[in-house]
Design a protein around this ligand. Structure first.
Ligand code: G3H
Ligand code: 13P
Ligand code: ZN
Length: 310
């Protein structure tokens, strides 16, 4: 049992046509819910921490909770920084014991993104830590007016090759049409699989990462809305599209929104059905259980993405 880097787990996924779930964590119940699912499924697991999560829960709490999860379950888990915006936060997480970091220079010009990624790679590799970087932009549905404008922000395959060669990064997050949150598509879901195939063909040894990969499962959106929520028209990445992406090099699938929806749906239901209860354990418990069930479902789906049980 240990905190491990993503090196071996992503290499194995790349060679076996499945993906590892990377789940965002913000508090104890979310961590316990996810880890219980990975324990039941005996699956590889990445727990990731955003800057927002660090601000909310404070770094030391999250780190100790993840360490507790490793100690209690005996699982190998990677503790990953999600969307690190500069060298300073990556260095801080590496010094704190993270086993993997993301340096997200995607909003910067190409050369600047390369420079900041190289600096993080040098420090991280010196400490046995893996690095994910991002090239291309995850445009939201409101960010651009039309499909052409949106695809202009997608990852350029030739730039991806140059980026990986010059930075020595371990994995690459690409933009092919997903976005963060519960509103990913206005009409029919669309991902640029042709672009993904070309990138994977040019970089067959590089694990690719899909951000904004929540499926926004109908069950939880409906339950939220049924019990007083207002999430009309939410739409995620259909699971068959995740399977397709896994065929072309996607080895790490990032999920946060699905966790938020599962927990919120169950807490909403519990509080409406039990108005007399005010002990937080009474509703946080079912929220945590909903996360376990949802993550078990996602893990099974990702491990069997190629249609063959692993
Ligand atoms: O990348 C987005 C993740 O869902 C993290 O979100 O920055 O609100 O913690 P957050
Ligand atoms: P979702 O909003 O689709 O869950 O994406 C999460 C993510 O990409 C975290 O980095
Ligand atoms: Zn992301």
């Amino acid at each position: 049992m240990a905190l491990i880097s993503t090196k071996e787990m992503l290499a194995k996924a790349l060679n076996s046509d499945y993906a590892v779930g990377a789940f965002n964590v913000n508090n104890m119940e979310i961590i316990q819910g996810i880890v219980e699912a990975a324990r039941i499924e005996q699956a590889p697991l990445i727990l990731q921490v955003s800057a927002g999560a660090r601000k909310y829960a404070r770094p030391v709490y999250l780190r100790k909770l993840v360490e507790a999860a490793v100690e209690e379950t005996g699982l190998d888990i990677a503790m990953h920084l999600d969307h690190g915006e500069d060298f300073a936060i990556c260095k801080q997480c590496i010094d704190d014991g993270f086993t993997s970091v993301m340096i997200d220079g995607s909003k910067h010009p190409f050369e600047e993104n390369i420079a900041m990624t190289k600096e993080v790679v040098a420090y991280a590799h010196d400490h046995g830590v893996t690095v994910e970087a991002e090239l291309g932009r995850l445009a939201g549905i409101e960010d651009n007016v039309n499909v052409d404008a949106r695809s202009a922000s997608f990852t350029d395959p030739d730039e991806a090759v140059e980026f990986v060669e010059r930075t020595g990064v371990d994995s690459l997050a690409i933009a092919i049409g997903t976005s963060h949150g519960a509103y990913k598509f206005k009409g029919e879901p669309y991902l640029d699989f042709e672009r993904l195939k070309v990138i994977h063909g040019l970089l067959p040894e590089t694990p690719l990462v899909l951000h904004g990969a929540s499926s926004v499962l109908k069950e939880f959106v409906d339950r939220c809305n049924e019990y007083g929520g207002k999430i009309p028209g939410a739409q995620g990445v259909p699971e068959d599209m995740i399977h397709e992406a896994v065929k072309y090099g996607i080895c790490k699938v990032n999920v946060d929104t699905d966790l938020r929806l599962a927990m919120t749906a169950e807490i909403r239901r519990y509080l409406i059905e039990h108005p007399e209860d005010f002990d937080p354990r009474k509703y946080m418990g079912p929220g945590r259980d909903a996360i376990t069930r949802m993550v078990q479902h996602k893990i099974r789906d990702m491990l069997n993405a190629s249609g063959q049980a692993k």
